[in-house]
Design a protein around this ligand. Structure first.
Ligand code: SF4
Length: 419
């Protein structure tokens, strides 16, 4: 979501005559697009602002947008007095107001719904992957999560607006469409004729666009997986065989405390339905370790579910108390050293599963999407349908290529272009 927001902000500033620079000391306007989902990310914002303040031109304006802006509000001006703007994730389209009057302080952290989508100029070029938000906010209220506070309640964008943005992205070069939402499979929009659209309707219509070759979506809530969505994995070949469905914990006791109302049997039933619909599907997950009250036995159940499902490309984090959340007030917080030990243990399990999956890809051929050159500038990087990076040596990279995997390790694949 933040990548998308960043692209829209860049397009908006270009529309006002700005161009991008890599050097803070050259810039006339500097903004940090911020994430507050973990405390560490929030802390980094203020140290980065201090560095920017020292490096920037005296008359350059600077500020923050996104979730830390929403969380901090006017406090951000108290922490850094000469900050020029603080704009929440649904207000960043108001940034041009500060360009008209750089001497004011611009503060807007309102949850303005979908207004920003109408106000922003369209992007003029697209990388091969276009991220398209279809809904924002979340109604689930997991007890650890700040998102309902920073992004507000769920709002689904009008169906036709989404399709128009996707058509535009395809026209300017997108090959892969990644549909986004905090609760993307909760998408539900009823138009003026009373017709209701779901995520599966969007996917079906996107698949009709010839130049779009790959479709995916993130992030999904387990209990909102509808049968029509699952069935699309059987019938729609453009839908990638890869799905992120966060479980967070393998302990039902901890899931209850997280206010995630599913049990492991129900979660596994959904996975089995996906595997029946699409036998080559792989599932990714998110995990939180060290949630308040998590005992050794709860943690072992998380390890067990990771091993049983064999999640790939997963994200694991230490629980981090966030303001405005119920879990931050729970008395049985877990000491930092135990959280760290558990994270190391879980990561080693997830890494080993990833390594085994990557090795199982050797000698297989996948249609992969070009991403760019590696840091050395000598190799080209593609993404497989499972989002693994695949490194290829070639003089002539194609946008979409069938690549035979020749070797693998835990973090990437190597391959050669077949055609
Ligand atoms: S479903 Fe996701 S975004 Fe919504 S409250 Fe839970 S963790 Fe946060």
């Amino acid at each position: 979501m933040n990548v998308y927001d960043g692209m829209r902000i860049a397009a908006m500033l270009e529309h006002h005559g700005f161009e991008q620079t890599e050097n803070v000391s050259d810039a006339d306007i500097i903004l940090l697009n911020t994430c507050s989902v973990r405390a560490k990310a929030t802390d980094k914002v203020y140290s980065a602002l201090g560095r920017i303040r020292r490096a920037k031109k005296p008359n350059a304006i600077y500020g923050i947008v996104g979730c830390v802006a929403r969380e901090s509000g006017a406090d951000a001006f108290r922490k850094i007095r000469d900050l020029n703007f603080v704009l929440g994730p649904q207000s960043y389209h108001k940034l041009p107001e500060i360009l008209n009057d750089p001497n004011t302080k611009l503060l807007d952290i309102n949850l303005g719904g979908l207004e920003k989508f109408d106000e922003l100029p369209p992007i003029t070029k697209s990388p091969h992957v276009a991220y398209i938000p279809i809904q924002e906010g979340c109604n689930h209220c997991c007890t650890y999560c700040i998102v309902p506070y920073t992004r507000g309640p769920e709002i689904s964008r009008p169906y036709n607006d989404i399709l128009a943005e996707i058509m535009h992205s395809a026209t300017v070069g997108a090959i892969e469409i990644c549909l986004l939402g905090q609760n993307v499979n909760g998408y539900k929009y009823t138009d003026e004729h009373g017709k209701t659209y779901r995520l599966s309707d969007i996917i079906r219509d996107v698949a009709k666009i010839d130049s779009v070759k790959r479709i995916r979506f993130t992030s999904s809530y387990p209990t909102e997986m509808t049968d029509d969505l699952i069935d699309l994995f059987r019938t729609e070949p453009k839908l990638l065989p890869f799905l992120n469905m966060p479980i967070q914990s393998g302990s039902e006791h901890i899931l209850q405390r997280m206010n995630r109302p599913y049990d492991l049997t129900g979660y596994m039933d959904i996975i089995n339905k996906f595997r029946t619909a699409r036998p080559d599907i792989q599932i990714s997950s998110d995990f939180i370790v060290g949630f308040p009250g998590e005992q050794d036995d709860d943690f072992e159940q998380t390890i067990n579910i990771a091993k049983n499902v064999r999640f790939i490309n997963s994200y694991s984090f230490k629980y981090s108390p966030r303001p405005h959340t119920a879990a931050a007030l729970m008395p049985d917080q877990i000491p930092e050293n135990i959280k760290s030990e558990r994270l190391i243990k879980l990561d080693s399990v997830l890494n080993e599963i990833q390594r085994e999956f990557n090795l199982s890809c050797i000698d297989k051929t996948f249609q992969c999407l070009y991403e760019g050159v590696d840091k050395t500038g000598t190799h080209h990087i593609y993404r497989t349908p499972y989002m693994q990076p695949c490194i290829v040596s070639t003089e002539q990279p194609k946008t979409l290529a069938n690549i035979k995997i020749t070797s693998a390790n835990k973090s990437c694949l190597h391959g050669k272009i077949i055609d």
